[in-house]
Each structure stands twice: as C-alpha cells, then as structure tokens.
Ligand binder design. Structure first.
Ligand code: SF4
Length: 447
C-alpha cells in the first residue's frame, strides 16, 4: 500500500502556521501526525469536512482498539519491513474466576518483568474466565483483578455473566469475549450500552465477517476478531489470520479492519499438551499478525522466548535501536582505568556493557554511528576518527584519565592509524568479540 505523505496531510490542514498545536508550522505538525507523535485534536483550527477527511486519511487499515489503557491494532502494513509495526501484541494471562489463588496469580502477572536491552518485558493484562458459571463469583473475581489495575478481558458466552461484571468494571473498558452466533444480539447491546470493545468469534471467515458487520451496524464502538486458535490445525488457523490481514490491508475490507486475537491457552485443552505446545503456538501466532493473545503460562522459561520474539518484531526497522553517544562510566573508574571504544548500535553497546559490567571499572566511548554496529559503520563511513576525537574533547577525558590509551574493537583495526592521528592517543586493537575484553585488559593494559 502507498505510504502516507506529510504533503497530503499538510494540504488538509488549515495552513495558518499559528503554532497552537505546539509546532511552528503546519508542515511540522503534518510530519508528527504521520509518525503518530501528535493527534488531530491538537490542531484546534481544524474543523468540519477537512477534519473528517483527514481522520479518514490517517486511520490505519487495521483500526486501533483500546482495552483498558492498552492499544492494539493500528497497523499499516502486512510485513514489518514495508514500514514498521506500531502496537506490540498484547499478552493477557488467563485466570479462572473460581481459582482459590486468583489474587496471588494476578499479582504475579502484574509483577512479572524481564529486562532485555534496557527494556522491561511484561504481560499486558488479565483474561478472567467464568469457569464457575456463576455471575456473582465472576463479578467478585473481576473486582479483585481490578485492584491490581491491569487491562482486562471478560471471558464468557453468557450475557448475564458479562453484564454483572460490566456493572462494576465498564469504566475500565474491558474487552468482552465474546460474541458468537447464538448470543450476538445480547453481546452487541452490552458492548454498545457500556461502550466497551467486543470480540467476535468464529472459525468460519464468512461467519466472522457477518458477526463483525452486524456488530458495527448495531453500534458496537470497536471490534476484535477471533478466528479461533486450533492447535490441532495450526495451518488452518494461520490461513484464516493471514486472509483477514490481507483483506484488511490490501482490500480495505471494512469488517476485517480490526485487530486479531489469538488464544494459545487453548492448546492446553488438547490432552497431553502443556507449556511446550502453548509456547510454540504463541510463537507461530506472534509471527503472523496477531495483535493480542490469551496465554495460560506465566513460567519464565516458557514465556521468555515469546517476549524476546515480540521485542524483536516490534523494533522499528527504519531506526536501528541506538543509545545516546558520549562517554559512559562503568563501575567506579579512576584516572588509570581503561578507555574502550564502541558504537551506539544498542545491541553492540549493551553487549559490551554486559561483558564488562561488574568485572571492570572503565570508560566506554560511545560513537554516534547512526545506530550501526562496528563493521557496517566502518564500511559505511559512519565511525569516524574525527568524531571520536571530538567526544574525547567534549567529555574532557584527558582530564579524567592520566594515560592516553584507547582500546578499540578488533573489527575496527583498520582505523588504528586514523584514530592515532586524530586523537593523539595510543590505540590498542582489542578482541573482535566483546566477551574477550576483560581478558584482554588483564593481559595488555598495564604492559
Ligand atoms: S494549530 Fe493547526 S493551523 Fe496552527 S500550526 Fe498547528 S496545524 Fe497549523
């Protein structure tokens, strides 16, 4: 699909350059709208037909839906390399309303965190299942989960059960899960009256299309599509998901322009299945456009690969992950501590930092290579000796250490001469892999 253009957006803005939106010009505001760093409402002068036209232009092929304060969907492209993905898949953990350890499990979900490359990887919410069949027990479970303040999915096919829970929780905007052929009318009425999103469920895409059409036609504010996760037939499951996303993005087929929900937790329903099957099912769905998932497991070993996969898929390919250039102090360096050089590609920097932290007190010069790793930045002329000299000067490194020695990555060996000329420092060519830095310093630094 064609990329959205700031110029097209600019044409729909008032063109007054008044600055009331916080930007100096309408053109700057247009660029921010394209990048989703500003909202249309930030321009108070935009009204009427022009505003409607701009809303239509900027609404992504897959509409955004809010569950609590978590946004899902909103994607513009099928494949990430065509632009980027915007809203990472939301992970909801299933909890049964009659589980005696409900509160303990909910707190575990809330407090779960894994740090990877300085980012906290977490769950996004809780899906409460009405296993008891009792509306009152379900309502009480929802109230308990509300106390931990996470987005919620209310799981029951019984409208009476859902209504009892919505009476106490609708202000939190939970996802109602969900509507099937048999309860569609009642669920649509609940979603409309309580202004909550509604999941429509069917493994038959023609039926799913019909459910979505009827739901939006009856006033449901937002929809989530569940084409049913069948862990005994993942080929069929994936085919349905791919078809929905193609219809949404390439054909702009309105009933399918909503986020997709997958339920890896369903894999536990198959006798003999467990953590392994759920993790594999979830990974398959994560790779193919699913915007939200209901999971059963909170075991770290089973969930970690999935969290890592999500983080990688939702890294913006237009901008290599990068850190601020400059000089970092690792540990408690003094005026005799080694000075290392690396680039500001986040994965490179954190690998170096991780390999020396706790083992070596040192300084790391982080060169601005526009987020490129060592070898590509040298090949592309982004790691420049003059920039390194500038960082040394700006950060007064010559006052902070009494030596003038710099350890550079082995992959940057060919820069040695240039660096010595530009900085006036002695340059030591270190190991190719940062895991060898500590050994290298022990063997070579004092000599
Ligand atoms: S508030 Fe509207 S008219 Fe004024 S500069 Fe921003 S976009 Fe332009």
């Amino acid at each position: 699909m064609a990329r959205k253009s700031p110029l097209e957006v600019y044409k729909m803005l008032p063109g007054d350059n008044c600055g009331e939106c916080g930007e100096e010009t309408c053109m700057a505001f247009a660029s921010k709208l394209i990048d989703r760093d500003a909202k249309i409402e930030d321009c108070p002068r935009l009204k009427g037909k022009k505003k409607e036209k701009l809303i239509e232009y900027l609404t992504p092929p897959v509409r955004e839906v809010k569950i609590g304060d978590r946004t899902i969907g909103g994607e513009e492209v099928i494949y990430r390399h065509e632009l980027t993905y915007f809203n990472p898949t939301a992970y909801f953990v299933a909890i049964s309303d009659n589980d005696p350890s409900l509160e303990e499990r909910a707190r575990k979900v809330k407090s779960f965190v894994m740090e990877r490359f300085k980012t906290d990887l977490k769950f996004d919410g809780i899906a409460i299942r009405n296993k008891s069949g009792d509306p009152e027990i379900f309502k009480e479970a929802v109230e308990k989960v509300m106390e931990i303040e996470m987005p919620m999915i209310l799981c029951s096919f019984n409208p009476e059960v859902i209504e009892r829970a919505l009476e106490v929780s609708s202000q939190k905007r939970p996802l109602i899960y969900g509507a099937i052929d048999e309860n569609l009318e009642e669920m649509c009425a609940l979603a409309t009256n309580y202004e909550c999103p509604l999941a429509v469920i069917s493994s038959d895409l023609r039926k799913l299309w019909e459910l979505s059409t009827i739901a939006t036609g009856s006033g449901v504010p937002s929809i989530v599509l569940d084409p049913v996760t069948d862990s005994l037939n993942m080929r069929g499951t994936l085919n349905r998901i791919v078809e929905i996303r193609h219809q949404a993005i390439e054909k702009r087929a309105d009933p399918f322009r909503w986020p997709i929900l997958g339920v890896p937790a369903a894999s536990w329903l198959v006798e003999g299945n467990g953590y392994w099957e759920e993790a594999v099912t979830a990974a398959i769905l994560q790779n193919r456009f699913v915007d939200a998932m209901i999971l059963n497991t909170i075991e770290t070993w089973a969930i970690l690969p999935l969290l890592t996969l999500r983080q990688n898929i939702y890294t913006d390919p237009r901008f290599p992950a990068r850190v601020e250039p400059g000089v970092r102090e690792i540990g408690s360096p003094n005026d005799e501590s080694p000075v290392l050089l690396t680039t500001n590609f986040a994965l490179t920097y954190y690998a170096v930092e991780g390999d020396v932290e706790g083992k070596l007190d040192c300084y790391i010069i982080v060169a601005d290579t526009e987020g490129l790793a060592v070898e590509p930045s040298i090949a592309g002329g982004k790691l420049r000796a003059s920039d390194v000299a500038e960082i040394i000067k700006e950060n007064k490194l010559e006052e902070r250490v009494k030596h003038k020695k710099l350890i550079i990555p082995g992959a940057a060996a060919r820069m040695r001469g240039d660096l010595e000329d530009s900085t006036g420092w002695e340059v030591l060519v270190g190991p190719k892999d940062s895991s060898g830095i500590v050994d290298f310093v022990e063997k070579h630094w004092k000599k």
